[in-house]
Design a protein around this ligand. Structure first.
Ligand SMILES: [Zn+2]
Length: 384
């Protein structure tokens, strides 16, 4: 792997705040770009399998073991030493490297060619996968979208997933890891042929990212926007904001466009209190504020036996489960001791609508059309 650092053709800037110009900082990335993904933060044991040549290094980069394969060996930590297949390795930090695309299987799941293990103490250790960005993206596409998604929509997803990964890298360049298997994007470790649609979408957009005014920005996306996208400031406290949202006509026939969720008032009270509220018997829940650009509820008023409580609807969505209350575009009705939520869309609605992008792909739009539609004012650039 090339370790020489050189600047990218596109000077990358990171937009951290609402006013991008106030928070810009130029950062150089090494090429090829490598990301660090936390696979386990705290585990007591993992099964390692490698069908090919490998090397184990200690924390100082000294070779401590070389081999031609590992057949399902248990890696465990005892005090400050690693043991592999009951043999002491003699280090509290080790790196396993393979060559020529040979996978490192952890608990049966295939990962890229470099895995770092560090003992945390009390017999537990962490595992961080150092993986080339383009390979990481194949696993992200597998984690985020179905493999029968139209190719151009898949390519649009590859570009925004790459942009989000670069954003994460620039935001935390010195951290041990910048992403996990679920945050900020879902990663699925799968054994893929280079001819798979995921690999093809990544390959055909290699190095392509989105920028806004020369800034790499967090390219949020959601499953079904429900008709209009949303400002990120209506979902999260502080973030970078694109200046426009859009009306999306493409997801209106998506099967997940409408949803209902009902919960008993007793159970609702329990869940809200578990989330940090202090409320009594609930008598009503009413949307108080709505987004200026969509039908999404931003704030709710909950009337109960101990008084009146205001809640951000996004907080309530998380407290009740984001797969139950699928969006904040909902109404609430009280029926027979239950609160019945009826809504549209799935997800926060910021940025690209995956169902809409798939429909645009089916209708013959290319990935550039899709990206320009969902991120107005953004530019498509290539890292070389
Ligand atoms: Zn949509």
């Amino acid at each position: 792997m090339q370790t020489l650092k050189r600047s990218l053709c596109v000077m990358l800037f990171l937009c951290l705040a609402i006013v991008p110009a106030a928070a810009q900082e130029g950062i150089q990335l090494g090429m090829p770009i490598v990301v660090n993904m936390m696979v386990f933060s705290k585990t007591k044991s993992v099964t390692v399998k490698i069908d090919g040549e490998y090397t184990i290094f200690d924390g100082e980069g000294k070779i401590i073991q070389v081999g031609t394969s590992i057949t399902k060996a248990k890696l465990i930590a005892r005090l400050d030493q690693f043991f592999l297949a009951n043999h002491m390795i003699g280090a509290d930090r080790i790196t396993i490297k393979t060559y020529g695309g040979v996978h490192i299987f952890l608990n049966g799941n295939p990962f890229g060619e470099c895995m770092e293990f560090s003992i945390n103490g009390k017999g537990t250790f962490s595992a961080i996968n150092r993986i080339k960005l383009e390979k990481y993206l194949i696993g992200v596409l597998a984690g985020e979208i179905d493999d029968d998604t139209p190719l151009e929509a898949m390519k649009a997803q590859a570009v925004i997933s790459r942009t989000f990964a670069v954003f994460s890298l620039l935001r935390n360049p010195d951290s041990k890891y910048q992403m996990t298997m679920t945050n900020p994007q879902a990663y699925r470790p799968i054994f893929l042929k280079q001819t798979s649609s995921y690999a093809r979408a990544v390959k055909e957009t290699e190095g392509v990212i989105l920028t806004y005014k020369n800034c790499v920005f967090p390219t949020y996306f959601s499953a079904v926007c429900g008709g209009e996208t949303e400002f990120s400031g209506n979902v999260w406290e502080l973030d970078f904001e694109l200046p426009e949202t859009i009306k999306c006509p493409y997801c209106r026939h998506a099967p997940e466009i409408e949803w209902r969720y009902s919960i008993s008032l007793a159970n609702l009270k329990k869940k809200l209190n578990k989330g940090g509220m202090k409320i009594g018997e609930i008598s009503s829940i009413d949307p108080k504020k709505k987004s200026a650009v969509s039908e999404r509820v931003t704030e709710l008023v909950i009337r109960h036996s101990k008084g009146i409580t205001h809640a951000r609807s996004n907080w309530l969505r998380n407290a009740l489960g984001s797969d139950q209350v699928r969006s904040t575009n909902f109404s609430v009705a009280m029926e027979d001791g239950k609160a019945v939520f009826a809504g549209r869309g799935w997800g926060h609605g910021v940025g690209l609508c995956q169902a809409g992008a798939a429909e645009m792909g089916k209708e013959g739009c290319n990935y550039q059309d899709i990206l320009r539609f969902y991120y107005p004012g953004s530019e498509i650039k290539k890292l070389d």
